[in-house]
Design a protein around this ligand. Structure first.
Ligand code: ADP
Ligand code: MG
Length: 371
């Protein structure tokens, strides 16, 4: 492990901003910390960099406990959301600044600066003032400055948030390439779930100071372990369903009777929440094994590459679907269908519930009756 956080907690004036956070970054890995604004991401970054002394817990780099060590003794390269270049220095001088702490001779510093400016494709601006650079170029200088000392860990705290959409996408790709080429272990902090999904080998999803889930982005997206992750990673429609049957808890959704399993006996919730992604719902005839929802189209929005269609269900709830071709018209009665595998079911309080279809032949059994 290049970075390991163990039970990290930090309070500002007795208010916990980060609570019992534990996760690691393996060598060469890019881990994204994803969470809404105010959930404690920058507090984590400051604890990792040594800019604050955590209230409790440990920070280790390359297997060594560095909690309490000063920032300059930690091999951590940092890039923040706010620009931090020195305006009175050239691009080259800015990058060389990151190497000052090392005991390199001038020639070696020069060679290193040149190679990192080359890496971020800014060699031709080496002697320019930073005021001659665009927003994206400045970010790249900061990246070169953070990388030149060859840190154990590169930490980027919302580095792209201040940039416009197109530049963000471009720099995102550049960061991925540079991370790949250098193999530097990286912690990328963001509130943007698409950015996190695109970049990360593993995601750490944070909610209100705590870790909500850790895992590969695809896995968390397709099988969210709790309601927070399901709502935060991508969009989903939610439908609240009563759970019935004391001995064999079941829910009914779109013509499917589903048996619900909880880990501990006696903890069956009264209500479950179904999450269905808009892209998993389609208009048209369904197979016997699918969830079927009937309703009326209330709006159709052309988003360029796809249509967003809102449907008021006969059960009075509203769901959104995504369609890439010929959408239905407003006012049309439609039948929506969705594969059972695309359904995520949660207890109302948050945890994921496993569910499986009840065999048709069993559905008439009295203990499974819904009423
Ligand atoms: P994020 O980076 O995810 O937006 P922060 O780590 O900046 O979150 O903040 C987490 C919480 O701690 C917020 O409630 C914020 O108001 C609070 N906080 C952050 N810095 C300080 C500080 N220096 N003093 C007091 N409270 C702070
Ligand atoms: Mg922050």
């Amino acid at each position: 492990m290049m970075l390991e956080l163990d039970g990290l907690t930090h309070c500002y004036d007795d208010e916990p901003a980060v609570e019992n956070v534990s996760f690691g970054v393996r060598e060469g890995e890019l881990v994204a910390v994803l969470g809404p604004s105010g959930c404690g991401k920058t507090t984590l970054v400051r604890a990792i960099a040594g800019h604050l002394d955590p209230t409790a817990g440990r920070v280790s780099l390359r297997g060594t406990d560095v909690t309490g060590d000063p920032p300059e003794s930690r091999a951590v390269g940092l890039v923040f959301q706010e620009p931090t270049l020195f305006p009175h220095m050239s691009v080259r001088e800015n990058v060389a600044h990151g190497l000052k702490a090392g005991n390199l001779d001038a020639k070696k510093v020069d060679a290193k600066v040149s190679s990192y400016l080359d890496l971020v494709a800014l060699s031709e601006y080496a002697d320019a003032g930073t005021d001659k650079l665009s927003g994206g170029q400045r970010r790249r200088v900061e990246l070169a400055r953070a990388l030149a000392p060859e840190p154990d860990l590169l930490v980027l705290d919302e580095p792209l948030s201040a940039l416009d959409r197109q530049l963000r996408a471009q720099l995102q790709e550049e960061i991925a390439t540079i991370q790949d080429e250098t193999g530097v272990s990286t912690l990328f902090v963001t509130h943007d779930q698409e950015e996190a999904m695109a970049l990360a080998d593993r995601l750490v999803v944070m909610e209100a100071g705590s870790v909500s889930a850790v895992g590969p982005p695809r896995e968390l997206y397709e099988r969210p372990p709790n309601r927070f992750v399901a709502s935060f990673l991508g969009r989903s429609n939610t439908l609240v369903l009563p759970v019935s049957g004391r001995h064999t808890p079941v829910v009914e959704l779109g013509g499917q009777l589903l048996r619900v399993r909880t880990d501990q006996p006696g903890t069956t919730p009264d209500r479950a929440v179904a999450h269905l992604r808009p892209r998993d719902l389609s208009v048209g005839p369904a197979t016997e094994r699918e969830i079927v929802l009937a309703g009326t189209v209330t709006s159709v929005t052309d988003r360029g590459r796809r249509y967003e269609v809102s449907v008021a269900l006969d059960s009075d709830e509203e769901v959104d679907i995504e369609q890439t071709d010929s959408p239905p018209s407003v006012g049309e009665n439609v039948q929506l269908h969705c594969e059972l595998g695309a359904l995520s079911l949660f207890a109302e309080r948050g945890e994921r519930l496993e569910c499986s279809p009840v065999e048709r032949s069993l559905q008439s059994k009295p203990e499974l009756r819904l009423d």
